[in-house]
Design a protein around this ligand. Sequence first.
Ligand code: IMP
Length: 198
Amino acid sequence: MKEVVLASSNPHKIEEIYEILKTLEYKILSMKEVGLGDMDIVEDGDTFEANSLIKAKAVYEATKMPAIGDDSGLMVDYLNGEPGVYSARYSGEDKNYAANNEKLLKNLEGVPMEKRGAKFVTVITLMFSPEDYVVARGEVHGLIGEELKGSNGFGYDPLFVVPEKGKTFAELTSDEKNSISHRANALVKLQEILKERG
Ligand code: IMP
């Protein structure tokens, strides 16, 4: 089985990506498993694409093994796409989920439901070498709720309402979220690209 290192230290994301990639013929190794547990990657790109490439390249360069970089975030229509690439640090450098949600609710105070459209975006780069890599983008559309609901998932999940389900991501089971999420959509695309490559 081919091995690939996942350039992420976020345990929630690792778990979701592991779950979804179980079907692929790749063994996913964490940064910890290849001795990069404390490697700090500076994500200073302006786009999800740029940041996912930065992450994949950093891990590839350190290991010379195929590497997956993933960058994701929330884009809110009313806020012109914010917080976007700054989703993790929306309320400050300490990447506090509760404070981020509080700030988002505050910035949307009084905004009616029909104007609270948003999407989660994930871009995944699978790098075989700096000259040979594939990029897959996945999105999921929803609305930003007026209050926190549910306790599953992480980050903005308690505010991200999936209209077709009438529930937030945090009210869905992990299987339900993993079947429709931005990350799942990006991984499905990645699978298609890999099949085409043979
Ligand atoms: P990262 O840069 O890809 O680690 O993700 C940036 C930030 O986007 C995370 O810290 C979360 O705040 C948010 N985010 C990304 N994916 C999700 C998700 O599936 N649910 C909730 N928040 C997410």
